[in-house]
Design a protein around this ligand. Structure first.
Ligand code: DGT
Ligand code: CA
Ligand code: CA
Ligand code: ZN
Length: 576
């Protein structure tokens, strides 16, 4: 069973956490965090790369020592260094680190001064009012900790994984099951098929010949650590990552009905069932049945929908948010597809925190059949990423002009990801911004302002006529931090009034805007850009995740600006 990139990332993050709690050299800690990010962000499986004899030490930020550690994890499933660290520092402390407001310094103090090693200890110390006695903690911090602990515990019970991680687990399993004797069709239904940004569990449907031993093979799969139940037509197993998988074998005649039922969502199923009931039909995972209990449909999903007088509804729309009504009125959107995308409008180069140069990125974009690629490095405020000042940006502009002069079949656009400063001004002066083809604007700092202040700040930035695209608008990091306090309704309206666009950041950790806000943007009349925010070439392939999100937001080709040809696109960036 191959080790996934995310498993490796996790090990490195744990090492970094434990080292940091120990008070290790910050550079060492950063090297591990960096390695976790590099491995996690690769579009390619590290174990495959090793299989093919590739030299991992050539990956940026990895080096020989860390590459050796990656290999150790892939070969043995473990890292000796982490095992050693766990003897020195209680590993449960990394649990406490997951509590927002508690960084390594604070966790270290809790551990060294109060002997706290787990969440229960922490709760007790808060109750005993001991935490407030520590340097740097106070009564307020104590209260905050208690709130965060409650939230953390509530989240634990319903842990969901990111779609990309679900894919990394589902695809090999699907491949393995497909190879088994007698298996005909296999599909992952549920939230996975609806392309929801996080997935609670996998729902796999299979059709196979009689007498297949599929379930025997399932429980033998390497990645399975626990068999919850095993039957002829239905089994539930748990994978190493903790992900639950429900597998159901369904008869051919019921395939469409089962697919419809298990794709959900529950709210969608209920809406469809209501329509069936009104027509005197019964609908379940086996088929659609009339009053005489005869099966009138079930083989395909189209057949099921046809029975309730609806056209086929794409899985991404099936959230019970008006799709059956729209279908009935013939008003379903014709959803955007990945092939409609003709360019990417947010990428970073080596000049800041990206890993490739202009030429390499241009070639990668051309390989993806793009017509254009916008170079949008960070501005100077993002000093950690070595953001560009006006002078360096000026040099990059010249370099892009020079490269464009030689390039065939692809055009680099001159852009910037300019920071929106706390007062709503942009991080670079207008006279350099006006030299660019487009400006992507984003918030990276002062993210904890009140909703009112944050909203005002963003709208003030939009007042600048060089503001084109608002990047990762809510700032959420899936499973890490929620959106910051901001009134998105007002932001969307402000964008509409000023001729600004909103980004769907396609990075699987962000997917920001979410589907819900895409839909709202469309209703208000704001168009979006689907952009990868690539820091390396393989990240360009995240585009499909952004398209998934756009589809969940009911967007059509015309709602997305990077489906336009270069000429039409350019016009959009000159505000009236
Ligand atoms: P998840 O796993 O939390 O990401 O979300 P889903 O949508 O995959 O939910 P899951 O795995 O509990 O169930 C898969 C599908 O099965 C669900 O989308 C709809 C269907 N389903 C499950 N329970 C019910 C139910 O009680 N009523 C109806 N109508 N459908 C259900
Ligand atoms: Ca599911
Ligand atoms: Ca399920
Ligand atoms: Zn960016």
């Amino acid at each position: 069973m191959p080790i996934h990139n995310s498993d490796i990332s996790e090990v490195f993050t744990k090492v970094a956490d434990l080292l940091e709690i120990q008070g290790a050299n910050p550079f060492r800690v950063r090297a591990y965090r960096n390695a976790a990010r590099v491995v996690g962000g690769l579009g390619q499986s590290v174990s495959d790369m090793l299989d093919q004899g590739e030299d991992l030490s050539e990956l940026p930020g990895l080096g020989k020592d860390l590459a050796g550690k990656v290999k150790e994890i892939v070969d043995t499933g473990k890292l000796t260094q982490l095992e050693e660290l766990k003897k020195e520092v209680p590993p449960e402390l990394t649990q406490i680190l997951k509590i927002a407001t508690l960084g390594p310094k604070k966790v270290s103090a809790l551990y060294h001064e109060l002997g706290i090693t787990n969440i229960d200890d922490l709760k007790k110390a808060v109750r005993d009012k001991k935490v407030r006695t520590l340097d740097g903690f106070g009564e307020k911090t104590e209260q905050k900790i208690l709130e965060e602990v409650k939230r953390f515990e509530a989240d634990q019970g319903k842990r969901r994984i990111k779609l990309i991680e679900a894919e990394q687990r589902a695809e090999p399993l699907e491949g393995y099951l497909k190879k088994q004797k007698g298996v005909k069709r296999i599909v992952v239904a549920g939230s996975y098929r609806r392309r929801k940004e996080t997935v609670g569990d996998l729902d796999i449907l299979v059709t196979c010949k009689k007498g297949s031993d599929l379930m025997e093979r399932l429980v033998e799969y390497d990645d399975v650590t626990q068999v919850v139940s095993k039957g002829k037509t239905r089994s539930t197993v748990i994978l190493r990552s903790g992900l639950q998988v429900d597998v159901r074998v369904v008869p051919q005649v019921s395939y469409g009905a089962a697919l419809h039922y298990f794709t959900g969502s529950k709210a969608h199923n209920i809406a469809v069932r209501k329509l069936a009931t009104a027509k005197g039909l019964k609908i379940n995972e086996y088929g659609v049945f009339n009053k005489k209990e005869e099966r009138v449909a079930g083989k395909t999903e189209e057949e099921v929908y046809a029975q309730v007088d609806l056209p086929y509804i794409e899985p991404e729309l099936r959230e019970g948010s008006g799709e059956t009504e729209a279908a009935k009125e013939g008003k379903l959107p014709k959803l955007i597809e990945i092939k409609d995308i003709v360019g990417d409008l947010h990428v970073h180069t080596k000049a800041t925190d990206g890993h490739h140069d202009l030429q390499e990125l241009a070639e990668a974009a051309r390989e993806r059949n793009y017509a254009y690629l916008a170079i949008t490095d960070h501005s100077k405020r993002v000093s950690m990423a070595h953001g560009l000042d006006a002078k360096r940006l000026g040099e990059q502009i010249k370099e892009i002009d020079r490269i464009n002069g030689k390039l065939k079949g692809i055009r680099l656009l001159k852009g910037i990801e300019v920071d929106i400063l706390e007062d709503g001004s942009l991080d670079l002066p207008d006279d350099i911004l006006k030299e660019l083809d487009l400006r992507v604007c984003s918030v990276h700092y002062n993210t904890s302002l009140s909703a009112k202040k944050q909203t005002e700040r963003i709208i003030r930035a939009m007042d600048n006529p060089y503001f084109n695209i608002f990047a990762h608008p809510t700032g959420r990091l899936i499973n890490e931090r929620g959106p910051y306090d901001v009134n998105m309704e007002e932001v969307i309206k402000a964008a509409e009034e000023r001729g600004c666009f909103l980004e769907i950041n396609a990075h699987p950790d962000r997917l920001d805007l979410s589907g819900r806000y895409c839909k709202r943007a469309k209703e208000v009349g704001v168009k979006v850009a689907i952009s990868t925010d690539a820091h390396r070439i393989t990240n360009l392939d995240y585009m499909r995740f952004g398209v998934d999100q756009a589809r969940r937001g009911w967007l059509e080709r015309d709602d997305v600006i990077n489906t336009r040809g270069l000429k039409a696109l350019r016009k959009l960036f000159t505000r009236k």
